[in-house]
Design a protein around this ligand. Structure first.
Ligand code: LLP
Length: 409
């Protein structure tokens, strides 16, 4: 069931009218549904229950501490890509033995911290990185568990800026280099090669590329004859952003994974981000002005691209929902924009939208993943508050950045 929905012309977050929240908290603010979060995690878990994977929530998609704590309670691990994410995941109580560390540019400090915290796997992306981890491990008298990330040369149909599995991208090692590094690692005495990891991109809604990845993995496993303890299949499972977009058939993917892991004595890891948090939040904003333009009206919001980068970065569409709908439609063209001094500070063009006026509130939908986590202080604007709703209760889970903090730093 959707916990963020329109009922009787009003937007509801679980049992609370979004309009009521807009009167309590200063807009713009992100508003999450805890039940939706739990639903998503449990349904992912349930779909893959036959393979009993370790689910490492991808912290880059949302690093709110309360949200991470809730995911921890549900049994989640974490996929991290920086020392900040690593320390936050640990602070949220996530077991280090359920944390994997990915990324092409881990620094010495990050590697040392990951080793000291005894995380499950550092997913290595280059020979130089393997050498450095080996050197640091030696100094610390440790044998560090690592995975190696493969570049499978498989691309999912998604926006080119979030496709990472192609052979020209910086991520992972190509087939030949992969095999070579596996052989060299045998000689690195302070490393323990335990994992094979792969991640081909984000917002992938067809299982075809995932199927291709599994067949590339089988090829590598046959060639290397290594009994990897862990196979980390990454994240990337997409979500529908509009009613026209279809849902990924995860059930079918789970059957493929089950077949793949059968007789392999391997633990599967997933790193989902968007699938877990994408539809758990809306960004609630106020219409400051409506201004006449050439053949259209600009609807100027108090949320800008610094609060929600995705439309400017990936041309992504986030549905716009008036918190209270009128029954009348406005026939002309509307362009929803933010206050930031950039042409790309634009959320959507709408035709036949409900009638709206200055001072009304709207919500930008499906912003739980890469919404707050991608936000910035551009135009010296503060980062906004985050609010969580559970049933009929609501609480602030992150304060809006104070002007004092903004101005003095
Ligand atoms: N694992 C690795 C190694 C990744 O690089 C990513 C995402 C994930 C897991 C999680 O992917 P997800 O399940 O969320 O698709 N900012 C972009 C998305 C960038 C994704 C980066 N890597 C957006 O807003 O669409």
């Amino acid at each position: 069931m959707d916990h963020i929905r329109i009922r009787k012309n009003s937007l509801w977050i679980e049992n609370i009218l979004a309009f009521k929240l807009a009167r309590i908290y200063k807009t713009p603010f992100y508003c999450y549904s805890l039940s939706q979060l739990k639903n998503n995690f449990n349904s992912f878990n349930n779909i893959f229950k036959a393979t009993k994977p370790i689910i490492c929530f991808s912290v880059k998609s949302n690093s709110n501490l309360t949200l991470l704590r809730e995911l921890k309670k549900l049994g989640s691990g974490a996929d991290v890509v920086s020392i900040g994410e690593l320390l936050k995941a640990i602070k949220a109580g996530i077991n280090p033995k359920k944390i994997v560390f990915s990324g092409v540019g881990k620094t010495e400090e990050e590697i040392r911290t990951a080793i000291n915290k005894k995380i499950l796997l550092i997913n290595v992306e280059s020979e130089s990185e393997a050498n450095l981890i080996n050197k640091i491990s030696k100094k610390l008298s440790r044998k560090t568990s690592i995975g190696i990330r493969l570049n499978p040369n498989v691309t999912g149909k998604t926006h080119k800026k979030i496709s990472t599995g192609g052979k020209n991208e910086k991520f992972g090692l190509l087939y030949k280099d992969y095999i070579n590094l596996c052989q060299k690692i045998n000689k690195m005495r302070n490393l323990k090669l335990e994992g094979l990891s792969v991640h081909i991109g984000s917002q992938i809604t067809s299982i075809k590329p995932f199927k291709e990845v599994l067949s590339v993995l089988n090829k590598i496993l046959n060639k290397t004859k290594i009994n990897f303890k862990f196979i980390d299949l990454g994240g990337g499972m997409g979500i529908p952003y509009s009613s026209k977009e279809k849902k990924i058939n995860l059930k079918q993917y789970s059957i493929l994974v089950q077949k793949f892991s059968k007789n392999k004595n391997v633990k599967i890891i997933f790193e989902p981000g968007r699938f877990i948090v994408g539809n758990t939040a809306v960004l609630i904003s106020k219409i400051i002005y409506i201004k006449k333009g050439n053949n259209k009206k600009f609807v100027i919001l108090n949320a800008g691209m610094n609060n929600l980068m995705r439309p400017a970065l990936y041309d992504s569409h986030h549905q716009i929902i008036p918190l209270k709908r009128t029954n009348k439609l406005f026939k002309g063209n509307l362009e929803f924009v933010g206050p930031v001094c950039e042409n790309s500070d634009k959320f959507a063009n709408q035709k036949n939208f409900w009638q709206i006026k200055e001072g009304d509130y709207i919500a930008l939908a499906n912003v739980g993943a890469y919404g707050m986590s991608l936000s910035s202080n551009y135009n010296t604007r503060p980062t906004v508050a985050e609010v969580m709703v559970s049933g009929s209760k609501h609480k602030m889970i992150k304060k809006r950045q104070s002007l004092e903090n903004l101005v003095n730093n």
